[in-house]
Design a binder for this molecule. Structure first.
Ligand code: NI
Length: 180
């Protein structure tokens, strides 16, 4: 029996143990440079939906967990819609990512706060190495969907990013996505 099935057009996962988490603009307070712009938009605007399958319990050493994310297109001020971003609580844990559809960027920042990005296009494969914070931004005009696989024991440290952010942001500069 397979674990779950992915709709390759929409990124949706379906199956017995599939759960869905929804993040709205209202959940992203303080994460965009232009907080006034974010606060002025409808707070129930859906930014992204994450589908994940309940498998091995979180924290199980050696186990893998996986999920898909559907990130909507849009801007807060001149900053592309993006996920919150995190380090792994166990800093040496890496993560794998496959772009299914859409256009975007995987934004990576190491512990010296050096930030770079990898372009995401359908079929592109990426690794967020250990000791590296990661977030995804949608630079396209349609939804960006991707599959992520992570170690079940990695844990998620969102607080560090909520507090100090990434050192650079992905902005729409005259129609061109640029890390600023
Ligand atoms: Ni991660």
């Amino acid at each position: 029996m397979n674990l779950a099935s992915m709709n390759l057009s929409t990124g949706d996962l379906s199956g017995e143990n599939v759960m869905q988490t929804v993040r709205t603009l209202g959940d992203m307070k303080g994460l965009y440079a232009d907080e006034a712009a974010r606060a002025g938009m409808p707070q129930d605007t859906v930014l992204y939906r994450t589908f994940w399958a309940e498998g091995e319990p979180e924290g199980t050493e050696g186990a893998l967990l996986y999920g898909t994310t559907v990130l909507e297109p849009g801007l807060v001020g001149d900053e592309f819609f993006m996920t919150r971003g995190h380090f792994h609580a166990l800093r040496n844990r890496a993560e794998f990512c496959l772009t299914i559809s859409g256009e975007g960027a995987l934004i990576l920042m190491d512990e010296q706060r050096r930030t770079r990005m990898e372009r995401m296009t359908p079929g592109s494969l990426h690794v967020a190495p250990g000791h590296t914070a990661h977030r995804v931004a949608n630079t396209g005009s349609g939804p960006l969907t991707f599959l992520v696989v992570w170690p079940a024991d990695c844990g998620h440290d969102y607080e560090e990013i909520e507090k100090n952010g990434f050192s650079r942001r992905l902005r729409n500069i005259n129609g061109v996505p640029q890390l600023v």
